[in-house]
Structures are given as structure tokens and as C-alpha cells.
Design a protein around this ligand. Structure first.
Ligand code: CP
Ligand code: NVA
Length: 327
């Protein structure tokens, strides 16, 4: 696999083979890290991390992965750079690529990260946009492979808002890597028709299947992975909570859903999750709408079937693989 110089903007830009190799490379980095084997393959390089939205996992993963690879980092926080307000993405890209060897970007529209990549002459990595979260899906695939031994034929059911970054990227990732994907949501929360059509074409070649099902019982029967994400994503206005709870509450992941899925099914979530009242937003919205949790119950989140913290750790190993492969 030669990905040197490539950007990592969305999974659609890569073949299934390339993505599978990135997952395997991540597993090798994980082994090296856990055995204390040094892997400073990018010694002396520097990368810029632009975050126009907040982050715990993605920022920490890029920083630690960069340090393990021998690189320096500069973190530009949501208010700490000129991008968008005083300087265009195109100008920012040309400035940063004259100083840095790679640029990570987390923000709003996919168009911004694509623009950065167009004008930068160093690799640009997508750390989340409204439309895509490709490094998250690599971590999810590593977690699934660790659990089930392979990816092909694994049945993943995504419950909730499947129109946003996680639903989109999981659908593409499953189609490319041969998993069977089901979006389980009210119809208006299914991914964009154009993206679905594109993925159906990819799936027919990889042997994957895609399903769009509003009936929870039908969707989750026989699933290996039940996946969900928050019902209101970063950057969305507070006013949408009422409508989301109204439409998506029947798609909450709870013990009943996990039992219907089958005894070996695991629970996954990109995190952060509103599974209890221990966050400011979670508490406020739960009080307002008289609930104790949102997209997943605390019972499922804390159960032995939940692999969410393994998934979170895998963010670091997979981001390291993306950087090492493209630099
Ligand atoms: N899953 C994820 O991207 O987490 P952060 O928002 O904390 O980076
Ligand atoms: N859909 C979520 C994912 C967070 C990792 C968001 O965009 O806020």
C-alpha cells in the first residue's frame, strides 16, 4: 500500500483494500505501543491541528500519535486561528503547508476540508465534519475486527440519526469493507439518496448489503453490532432537541434492543454519549424532557456488551496509522 502524500478526507476516496490495510497497520501500531517498541517513523516532522469544534478523543489521539511517531504538534482551538473569520481556507492551507508536514481539520462543512486539501501541498486529514468522520470509522473497524476476527459479513445496525457524519461514514465504511449495514431510523433520518446509491454500487462489488429499516424488531434481529450516536450533533441548534427526541426515542438502544439483537451482539458508540445525567447538556435536556438518558441507556452503556472504551482507545492507533501511511 502506498498512500504517501494522500489526503484522508472521506472513506469514499479509498479502496476497500486500502482501508483494510490501514486497519491492519493500526493493529500493528497497537501491538508496538503495547509492547513498548519505539516507532518514531516521522521523526522531526510537525503537524497542525485545527479544531473549529471541541474534541476529547480526536485531539488527544492526534497529539499522542504524533508524539509516538516523533512529531511535534500545534493545536489551533475553535477561537485560536484566523480560519474562516479573517482568512480563507485556501490561504490558511498555503500558510500552514509551508510550515507543517501535515494538517488535521475538524469543523463544519466537508467543503472546507476539501478546500484545505486542494490548496495545501501536504496531507490533510479530516478529524470530523458535518458530513463525515472517517478516522472514527477506521477505529470502529479495528474494534470490530478485534472482536469478531474479520470484517466481511459482520452485521452492523446503526440506530438514530443516520443522515449525519457517523451514519454516512459507517455506511460507506461497511460498503467498502464488506460488512452488512442497516440504518434503523424513521425514513427522514436515512442517509442522502445520492450517497446511498453510490454505496449500493460499492456494496455490489464488495459483497456487502445495505438495508434501510424503520422497524426496530426487523432491523436488529441477528445483528452483531448495535451502533448509535447522539441525536443532536455539534453545531446544531438547541431547538432541534424536541423534534429529535420525539422522532428518535423509539430508536434508543436499551436492554430490549440488545436482547433482540442476540447474545453475542456488542454495543458501539463513537462517544461522547448521553447515557446518564452526569453532563451539563445531558442533565439539562433530560430534565427538560423528563428523561434519564437519551440515545442509549446507562444499563447498556455500562454492560459487558459495550465496547465503547476499546473503540475510543483505537482512535489513537488508527489515527497513527493514517498519519504514518500518508506522511
Ligand atoms: N468520537 C469523537 O470524535 O470524539 P471527540 O469529539 O471527543 O473527538
Ligand atoms: N455526530 C457527532 C459525532 C461526535 C463524534 C457530532 O458530530 O457531534
Amino acid at each position: 500500500m502506498d498512500l504517501k502524500g494522500r489526503d484522508f478526507l472521506k472513506l469514499l476516496d479509498f479502496t476497500g483494500e486500502e482501508l483494510a490495510e490501514l486497519v491492519d497497520l493500526s493493529a500493528r501500531f497497537k501491538q508496538m505501543k503495547n509492547s513498548g517498541i519505539s516507532h518514531r517513523y516521522c521523526e522531526g516532522k510537525n503537524i497542525a491541528l485545527i479544531f473549529e469544534k471541541t474534541s476529547t478523543r480526536t485531539r488527544c489521539s492526534f497529539e499522542v500519535a504524533a508524539r509516538d511517531l516523533g512529531m511535534g504538534t500545534t493545536y489551533l482551538d475553535p477561537s485560536g486561528s484566523q480560519i474562516g473569520r479573517k482568512e480563507s481556507a485556501a490561504d490558511t492551507a498555503r500558510v500552514l503547508s509551508s510550515i507543517y508536514d501535515g494538517i488535521e481539520y475538524r469543523g463544519y462543512g466537508q467543503r472546507t476540508v476539501e478546500l484545505l486539501a486542494q490548496y495545501a501541498d501536504v496531507p490533510v486529514w479530516n478529524g470530523l465534519t458535518d458530513e463525515a468522520h472517517p478516522t472514527q470509522v477506521l477505529a470502529d473497524m479495528l474494534t470490530i475486527k478485534e472482536r469478531f476476527g474479520s470484517l466481511k459479513g459482520v452485521k452492523l445496525v446503526y440506530m438514530g440519526d443516520a443522515r449525519f457524519n457517523m451514519g454516512n461514514s459507517l455506511m460507506v465504511g461497511c460498503a467498502k469493507l464488506g460488512l452488512d449495514f442497516t440504518a434503523c431510523a424513521p425514513e427522514e433520518f436515512f442517509p442522502d439518496k445520492k450517497l446511498i446509491d453510490q454505496c449500493l454500487g460499492i456494496a455490489s462489488e464488495s459483497g456487502s448489503t445495505l438495508r434501510f429499516e424503520s422497524d426496530v424488531d426487523k432491523a436488529v434481529r441477528g445483528a452483531d453490532v448495535i451502533y448509535t450516536d447522539v441525536w443532536v450533533s455539534m453545531g446544531e441548534p438547541e431547538e432541534v432537541w424536541a423534534e429529535r427526541i420525539g422522532r428518535l426515542a423509539p430508536y434508543q438502544v436499551n436492554a430490549d434492543v440488545m436482547n433482540k439483537a442476540g447474545s453475542d451482539a456488542v454495543f458501539m458508540h463513537c462517544l461522547p454519549a448521553y447515557h446518564d445525567l452526569n453532563t451539563d447538556i445531558g442533565r439539562k435536556m433530560c430534565e427538560k424532557f423528563d428523561r434519564s438518558c437519551m440515545e442509549v441507556t446507562d444499563e447498556v452503556f455500562e454492560s459487558g456488551r459495550s465496547v465503547v472504551f476499546q473503540e475510543a482507545e483505537n482512535r489513537m492507533h488508527t489515527i497513527k496509522a493514517v498519519m504514518a501511511a500518508t506522511l
